[in-house]
Design a binder for this molecule. Structure first.
Ligand SMILES: [Zn+2]
Length: 65
């Protein structure tokens, strides 16, 4: 399995989560740290690797003025 980057807001390791809805399994990557000030979760993916890739995708960091 691919490694997951840490949460961009709190720096903690995220969790890979899956659930079933109408017999289809969905995957998300989510930060479950109670101290995280931002609620971070990917959208639902039906392929685990796609959820991890989405979590790991980061835009360039810069301040918007
Ligand atoms: Zn976090």
């Amino acid at each position: 399995m691919q490694n997951m980057l840490t949460c961009p807001f709190c720096g903690k390791q995220p969790e890979l989560d899956s659930y079933e809805r109408q017999h289809v399994e969905y995957w998300t990557v989510v930060c479950l740290n109670d101290d995280c000030l931002v609620d971070v979760e990917t959208i639902d993916f039906d392929v685990k690797e796609d959820a991890i890739a989405a979590w790991n995708k980061r835009g360039s960091l810069r301040l918007v003025k």
